[in-house]
Design a protein around this ligand. Structure first.
Ligand code: HEC
Length: 336
């Protein structure tokens, strides 16, 4: 028995080391470190903040909808519990005045036609198909945002040995907000220009500060969206930002076709009676709110599921107690 548990422990240790050893191949993929944020919906007890979801939808409506559709969210979903919970009448008016039309048909003549969306319609995309979308966006495709919070998850970039421990921690704390963390980092990750690097005698590119770049001669440094380190004896290669692309610290490869969509003050939030905004009208706040909204859109039954989960656990706990008492009762009649 002792021998068996020793073998098991050894196997466990080998498996543990193997997970550690396998990881560097992934890490070499150039993963970007994504900072984790505090979300109201994180952890086993966390639920969405309705006011935040409403603000997040407002950001989507004011800014993102002109390029991105949300084909898996119907207008009526925005009234359902666990989501933004808008008033149905308000939503009817919102859908009727939505500037992007829904394609319906065929009509009696066999033609498709456009009409304003109804509550039962999906939030339409502002283009007819992917080809048209790419044609108007320099070849890039503004993806549908319904499931984007689930479709993106940051790569682990920490130490190889810490990875299994981090995975365990994430299981225990129920970490599922990788998509929201990424969206926040993406929307706040724009820089005016790619970072500056100076080449040393050996041809290695060393990052320099923005202050240093501004005060130096333009010829003396290079701006690179990415750097490929040369093998022994060869120079590093600078990957410049391409025309029509924007530098983004969070986007893989750091070159994104989407122009920075958010900036301070671009959306008017509800004001208090004194006329101050309830939450700050900053790029960071908008990014946080729209990331929360997109997290809900990708998982609309999130709150319901968590509540039900706890109810089931409570039910099972009470049942266990009852069964335990019953067992004591029944077996108490038997003499030892
Ligand atoms: C002017 C049009 C435009 C607006 C406005 C816009 N986007 Fe984009 N977005 C794009 C394009 C184009 C891409 C594709 C970028 C690429 O592939 O390089 C994109 C890509 C994305 C992606 C995918 C990034 C990835 O990891 O693949 C997300 C997420 C996104 N946008 C979110 C938003 C949000 C949220 C807003 C509103 C705050 C918004 N966008 C507003 C044009 C836009």
């Amino acid at each position: 028995m002792i021998r068996f548990s020793r073998t098991a422990a050894l196997a466990g240790l080998v498996a543990f080391a193997a997970t550690g050893l396998v990881q560097p191949a992934n890490a070499a993929g150039g993963g970007v470190h994504i900072e984790r944020q505090d979300w109201s919906f994180s952890g086993p007890f966390g639920l969405f903040d309705q006011a935040q979801l409403q603000r997040g939808f407002q950001v989507y409506e004011n800014v993102c909808k002109s390029c991105h559709g949300m084909e898996r969210i119907r207008f009526r979903n925005l009234a359902e519990p666990g989501g933004p919970g808008f008033d149905v009448e308000r939503l009817k008016a919102l859908a009727a005045n939505w500037p992007i039309q829904t394609v319906d048909g065929p009509n009696d003549d066999g033609d498709m036609y456009e009409r304003p969306p109804l509550l039962s319609d999906a939030i339409p995309a502002p283009f007819k198909n992917e080809k048209q979308a790419r044609a108007t966006h320099n070849g890039a495709y503004p993806v549908d945002l319904s499931l984007i919070a689930k479709a993106r998850n940051p790569e682990y970039t920490g130490s190889v040995w810490w990875h299994p421990i981090q995975m365990l921690k994430d299981i225990v704390t129920g970490y599922q907000e990788g998509g929201a963390d990424y969206l926040y980092a993406l929307l706040t990750g724009y820089r005016e220009d790619a970072p500056a690097y100076r080449r040393d005698d050996k041809g290695h590119l060393k990052p320099i500060s923005e202050n240093e770049a501004e005060s130096s001669d333009e010829e003396s440094f290079e701006r690179c969206a990415g750097v490929v380190h040369g093998e022994k004896g060869t120079k590093d290669v600078c990957i410049p930002l391409q025309d029509g692309m924007n530098y983004n610290a969070a986007f893989p490869g750091h070159q994104i076709a989407m122009v920075q969509p958010l900036d301070d003050g671009v959306v008017d939030y509800a004001k208090t009676e004194a006329g101050d905004p309830v939450v700050p009208e900053t790029k960071e706040q908008y990014a946080r709110d729209v990331a929360a909204f997109l997290s809900w859109a990708a998982d609309p039954t999130h709150d319901q599921r968590k509540r039900l989960g706890w109810q089931v656990l409570l039910y099972l706990l009470i049942t266990t107690l009852l069964l335990f008492i019953a067992k004591k009762q029944i077996w108490s009649r038997i003499k030892h």
